[in-house]
Design a protein around this ligand. Structure first.
Ligand code: AMP
Ligand code: MG
Length: 403
């Protein structure tokens, strides 16, 4: 049986092969959060475009400033002012953060390190050449590539695009991910379930996870545990860029998903992973599309999505597969789990005096959505560990949506 790392590699390998030209759309920077760039973005000029003061203070000639030195303040420069004159010897100019440093000046003295007496400024300490100035072109040259195709656009990337005037960005269209739940016991969330029926919460969590991963969910509802219904809905799902199913992949008599996928042409790369929850997870390629059969128990569905579907959505978006957001933390309560599988336990990490400390949450197993809803991470118990003591170092997989 594959470890979860090996299983992820299989997904990345197979879906990575499909990485080709994607449909591209021009998107406003206001709407491009989370999208993947399909173009390089270059600067329109040097950055900064002028020698910029990073402080409120006085523009000076550094060799004229020593402790106790006094200089006449000959002018004032605000951010945005056009500066034509140069700084005359023996003088200084008051300057604001973000303003252009006049030629002749080679340092800015912070206002805190000076005192003003009428037209004169007294300096408390020596000035170093270049201090508090970001020189023209030091952040980027003109026509320099500052964002590359394949990058995911977060808030800083969007700000950078805005800074250089790239108000419209060529972005890869988000992969459309079909979501199909299965099970005779599953009813729509706005229906009243019978005594032994359950609402289709998996389609809701899966759609949210698809969105967070950067895909566009296409919710296909629920298929009954019948070959014909499954086949019809799976065929429909295969029209999208990827298909994610929940339920119907264990060894029960009515777990028909794998068989139906095979019948419509799937080639499987794993159908079990050494994890709990989530062991029966299935991944294959079918009609050129990645297909995931995730176990139906809600927490299993959520864990296996994070581990295996997220990297596929990255690749289908034209980006690299992101690493898992694993963080080291100090165990705050002892653990005793059966070994042989890597466990992903709902847990809460808290930063006490900046040090992450983690505690597993009491839960009733992989059907316990409430436990996960009060968790902000999964505590990862390695395959070869059974008992872990307080104070030991463990890894947690962050829930990116709430941390
Ligand atoms: P399965 O993997 O099909 O054996 O399903 C395992 C269990 O997961 C079922 O007994 C249900 O309790 C639960 N389950 C299956 N599908 C869903 C769903 N769409 N939403 C919520 N729970 C589900
Ligand atoms: Mg089922």
């Amino acid at each position: 049986m594959l470890s979860y790392e090996q299983a992820r590699k299989k997904v990345i390998e197979q879906v990575g092969k499909k990485k080709g030209p994607r449909a591209i759309a021009s998107v406003s920077v206001w709407d491009a959060l989370g999208l993947v760039l399909a173009q390089d973005v270059k600067t329109d000029r040097e950055y900064p475009p002028f020698d910029r003061s990073t402080r409120d203070g006085y523009a000076v000639r550094s060799n004229e400033v020593s402790p106790g030195a006094q200089r006449k303040c000959a002018g004032e420069i605000k951010a945005g002012d056009v500066v034509r004159e140069s700084l005359a010897e023996g003088t200084c100019w008051q300057i604001m953060t973000g303003a252009a440093v006049p030629s002749g000046a080679d340092a800015v003295v912070m206002i805190e390190h000076s005192s003003r007496e009428g037209d004169f400024v007294r300096f408390e300490r020596a000035a170093q050449r270049g201090q508090n100035i970001v020189s023209k072109g030091s952040e980027a040259a003109a026509a320099q590539t500052i964002l590359k195709a394949g990058m995911r656009l977060g808030f800083a990337e969007l700000a950078l695009a805005a800074q250089v005037g790239a108000a419209q960005l060529q972005c890869a269209q988000q992969p459309r991910v079909a979501i199909l739940s299965t099970g005779d016991e599953v009813v729509l969330i706005d229906e009243t379930p019978g005594p032994f029926q359950i609402r289709n919460s998996n389609s809701v969590s899966l759609a949210a996870q698809v969105r967070i991963a950067g895909g566009e969910p296409v919710v296909l509802g629920n298929a009954a545990d019948r070959i014909e219904d499954l086949e019809e809905k799976i065929e429909r799902g295969l029209k999208e860029d990827a298909l994610v199913l929940s339920g119907g992949i264990s060894l029960g008599k009515y777990d028909l998903v794998e068989g139906v996928l095979k019948a419509v042409g799937a080639e499987f790369f794993f159908d079990a992973v050494a994890i709990r929850p989530g062991k029966p997870a299935v991944f294959g390629m079918c009609q050129g599309k990645p297909v995931f059969g995730l176990p139906g128990n809600p927490v299993s569905t959520m864990v296996t999505f994070e581990l295996f579907v997220t990297p596929a959505i990255d690749l289908l978006s034209g980006a690299e597969a992101r690493e898992l957001p694993l963080v080291e933390a100090r165990l705050a309560a002892p653990l005793n789990e059966k070994s042989g599988l890597t466990h992903f336990l709902p847990a809460r990490v808290e930063w006490r005096e900046q040090v992450p400390e983690v505690k597993a949450i009491r839960w009733q197993g992989s059907g316990d959505i409430a436990a996960l809803a009060s968790a902000n991470c999964f505590l990862v118990v390695p395959t070869d560990r059974e008992k872990i003591e307080v104070g030991e170092s463990v890894f947690v997989l962050l829930r990116k949506d709430v941390v």
